[in-house]
Design a protein around this ligand. Structure first.
Ligand code: DGL
Length: 259
């Protein structure tokens, strides 16, 4: 079982930002990544639709023999991970907006969160926010339209710049000193975000924390791959193979699969 792959899924190519962190921290682990781009964005779907899609992705990863599943999507984590953990006999690692470090370190007592509607309206997000952000002003902003632009390769388009400015300006006006990225697509926008934000605003994303947690749980379960050979990193998309390849690393193998 320890040589079996780590299974990872997202609504699209965004979770490759997490895959990269996992490959860097665990360079001998085989990985299978599912980009459910045909159904992106998840962010505006209902909780039951997000759950149904998460179940579909989980079943496929288990058919492909995944030894652990990383839900590399804040929207799927916050809406579906409780159900997945209760109903599948495998460990799940999830990703949620990293409010805690931002709330602990903010000096202006004001932080911004950019995430999907599905994440910001979830119970899990509300509970985390209530727990860690007492006495802190949390400016929540839905990133409407951002994911479709990334999924169509328009990262540096003028439309993207326009949207980011629209979403960040109110946060800047209210003096945030931390911006929490609550969607795994958004780390691909860090250069664009940095060019809009004042220099002192720190951007927080949870990719490395997810990779570390994956390592810890594999270790605790005796599932770390002892092999020191080059791993197999396979990515599957159900929409546009060329877009997926444009987010890939040289050692990745990318395929189209209708799932
Ligand atoms: N990458 C996802 C997330 O982390 C989903 C974005 C979407 O499909 O709306 O939330």
């Amino acid at each position: 079982m320890s040589t079996a792959p780590i299974g990872i899924f997202d609504s699209g190519i965004g979770g490759t930002s997490i895959l990269k962190e996992i490959c860097a921290l665990l360079p001998h682990e085989n990985c299978i990544y599912l980009a459910d781009s045909k159904n992106a964005p998840y962010g505006n779907k209902s909780e039951s639709e997000i759950l149904e899609l998460s179940i579909k992705n989980t079943k496929l990863l288990l058919e492909k023999n995944a030894k652990i599943i990383v839900v590399a999507c804040n929207t799927a984590t916050t809406n579906a991970i409780t159900y997945l953990r209760a109903n599948f006999n495998v460990s799940f690692i999830g990703i949620e907006p990293a409010i805690k470090p931002a709330a602990l370190n903010t000096k202006s007592k004001t932080i911004g969160i950019l995430a999907t509607k599905g994440t910001l309206s979830s119970h899990l997000f509300h509970n985390t926010s209530a727990l860690y952000a007492k006495g802190i002003k949390v400016i929540e902003q839905v990133g409407n339209g951002i994911v479709p632009l990334i999924e169509s390769g328009q990262l540096y388009s003028s439309k993207m710049e326009e949207l980011l400015k629209l979403y960040l300006q109110p946060m800047i006006d209210q003096n945030i000193d931390y911006l929490v990225l609550g969607c795994t697509h958004y780390p691909y926008l860090i250069p664009q975000l940095e060019s809009i934000l004042p220099n002192h605003v720190k951007i927080i994303d949870s990719g490395l924390a997810v990779a570390k947690q994956t390592k810890t749980i594999l270790d605790q379960n005796g599932l770390l791959n002892p092999s020191k050979t080059k791993p197999k990193i396979e990515l599957f998309t159900n929409l546009d193979l060329e877009i997926l390849k444009s987010f890939s690393q040289p050692n990745y193998k990318s395929y189209f699969l209708d799932f």
